[in-house]
Design a protein around this ligand. Sequence first.
Ligand code: ADP
Ligand code: MG
Length: 280
Amino acid sequence: MNRTRAGVAQLVERNLAKVDVAGSSPVSRSNPFPAREATSREFGFAERGEPAVISVQNLEFHYRKSGFSLHIPQFAVARAEAVAVIGPSGSGKTTLLNLISGVVVPARGKIRVGNAEVARLGDAARRAFRIRSIGMVFQEFELLEYLSVLDNILLPYRIAESLRLSVEVRERAKQLGRRVGLGDQLGRNVTQLSHGERQRVGVCRALLTNPPLLLADEPTGNLDPSNKGRVLDILFEFAREHGATLLAVTHDHDLLGRFDRVVDFKQFQQAVRPEEEVEP
Ligand code: ADP
Ligand code: MG
């Protein structure tokens, strides 16, 4: 396909805004941390004795345009825990992940991830937090179609100025690719891959920064049963090896047995009686 430079730039902007995998805002090219890289330690992940990696309290969020509102009285995920949140389509699962990763900001309430109060961080700090602390896996993969498998895996390092693409990072990307069975396909364009293979690229991209927290948005939603198992294996193996926390949202009940805990969206509504919902 013939693309103009402006067209390609637009496509990149759109995809990166959507992917936001590395959390780098495509519109801001100024480097928020010019002197050094932000580390996940700064957000408290490396400290011991932290009771919950994710802690949500009295959360309220509204989309003005659609009128949808989300209220979560209390929700917490412990370090190294693997939790699935279930709920029907439209219940707010993606919104919850976007709130936790700071893509959207609540009207009220607290969201703590590690030591970071996500909603209170400024834009640059929120991007740095996402880049260093969160690996995001998407239902629709969100790959850049004109890039190779390897370059898609490397995407966080290509779009985030606070991450330096080094020989070691490239080697790690290749290792991840090989580990998920894509060793022979690293140079291929992602459009030549099957759905299962594409999602494995998406998972490698999420793992490349060694994030202490993995957020997976229906990560197996578009996959057949054998690929579902494979993608989950990769996520769970990584989480176990790195002591990472895994929070997946899904409406696929077949997957749930593998998680330490399953939280139903309905429980959020039941957790607090109406008269307790009013904040002092
Ligand atoms: P789920 O992931 O559980 O399917 P979502 O979090 O995507 O649900 O969406 C919850 C509700 O919010 C839906 O009714 C959806 O239409 C609405 N919604 C999602 N994104 C937006 C947006 N950017 N603006 C307005 N409404 C939205
Ligand atoms: Mg969703």
